[in-house]
Design a protein around this ligand. Sequence first.
Ligand SMILES: Cc1cc2nc3c(=O)[nH]c(=O)nc-3n(C[C@H](O)[C@H](O)[C@H](O)COP(=O)(O)OP(=O)(O)OC[C@H]3O[C@@H](n4cnc5c(N)ncnc54)[C@H](O)[C@@H]3O)c2cc1C
Length: 431
Amino acid sequence: MRNYESWGRYPKATHDVLRMDWRDMALPPDSGKSMLPFGNGRSYGDCCLNDQGTLVATRGLDRFMTFDAGTGILRCEAGVLLSEVLELVVPRGWFPPVTPGTQFVTIGGAVANDVHGKNHHRAGTFGRHVNRFELLRSDGTRLQCSSTENSDWFCATVGGLGLTGLITWVELQLKAISGPLIDQESIRYGRLEEFFQLSLESDATYEYTVAWIDCAASGDSFGRGLFFRANHAPVTAATRTPRQRRLAVPFTPPFSLINGLSLRAFNELYFRRAREGNAIVHYEPYFYPLDAVGEWNRIYGPRGFLQYQCVVPPAAAEAAVTELLKRIAASGTGSFLAVLKVFADRAPAGILSFPRAGTTLALDFPNRGAATFSLLDRLDDIVAAAGGAVYPAKDARMSGVRFRQYFPHWQSMLPRIDPKFSSGFWRRVME
Ligand SMILES: Cc1cc2nc3c(=O)[nH]c(=O)nc-3n(C[C@H](O)[C@H](O)[C@H](O)COP(=O)(O)OP(=O)(O)OC[C@H]3O[C@@H](n4cnc5c(N)ncnc54)[C@H](O)[C@@H]3O)c2cc1C
């Protein structure tokens, strides 16, 4: 029996589970409980949870339907994992047009959160590359949706957090590549302004840009980090490029292994030991370094953890990120996994799509109860004052007031929400 929990292992929830194994299956009959599609539980908070309700588990929808190796158009069921897509298409010279930092998401989940990757400045979000999909509503209606057919349903469902119905299959336009290798460069930077400078000069010539930031640093070290920029390597790049070895955290320790001391020590070591310069690497360690450690979410102990990912608009970015980092460093908490990236100004694919022009900061916090929630509320104050937003895929606690500020078009979603669908996230922000 698999556990239907989210990646942050907070909040806890209890569900009835219905497995969807065939795309022509009907949704469960009305039991008086609401339902919600569940992909692979790689969302951190409660957008994939439906406490006391029904989860419609989609991993059984795992079939490829059509793939044209000439055009790179792939049609597959919604429960296919991105890792399975990669296995099929990379040897044939194609790559997902946008990929999040784990390959263990379903294609349906990637659409429903309109995920983004290190190439947002070039490619926008995942939804931009979806040609069409089928949406199954609780009344049995099946809608084919694209930017020209049922386009209102398309925009509500891309980034729609599973609330408009169940996506049964998706057709995607993949991106041509010459091979599985990535040509990456790592650059150490000492101050936040250098990060912005590096982003500015790299976005035109590098397809992928992202930075790690030392969120525990203060004083002279404040704002330091590592900037990574990369392109797909030409086919001639010859090198030994191992795929990733996989380890796993075998059990949940009784308490979080991440504390202020271990975090500062780890960050110091990571910053000092990092190898600068160019390297040709396999796409797995480049895009999915965290996937090398199975169930790494256990290191935060039984109470789980919360991820906080926000975006702040360009004009306010440097000041707001500085304030956020100072607040986090002063709290003595935060995580090794702190990521900074500049998003480009691209029209959102969905009504509730999170990415927008600005700088995004993402990091994990061990769940220490009230102290953690209070810190995240203070971070919200900074983000809201800057005119930014917090990512629902990573969230387990934002208030309804904040949600409506962050997503001013939320009311356009209401007529598209399936009356039998709901989630923990949605009930919270609609309170
Ligand atoms: C290590 C790690 C790194 C990550 N990096 C990134 C990143 O770089 N960028 C980014 O954007 N995200 C990132 N994420 C978040 C992740 O990409 C998203 O949360 C993604 O949506 C998870 O997909 P899933 O299949 O696990 O879906 P779930 O988490 O199970 O569900 C996510 C949402 O999709 C809905 N849903 C799932 N399947 C369907 C369906 N068939 N029809 C309708 N709705 C459906 C659910 O109801 C829920 O609202 C990361 C997560 C992890 C754990």
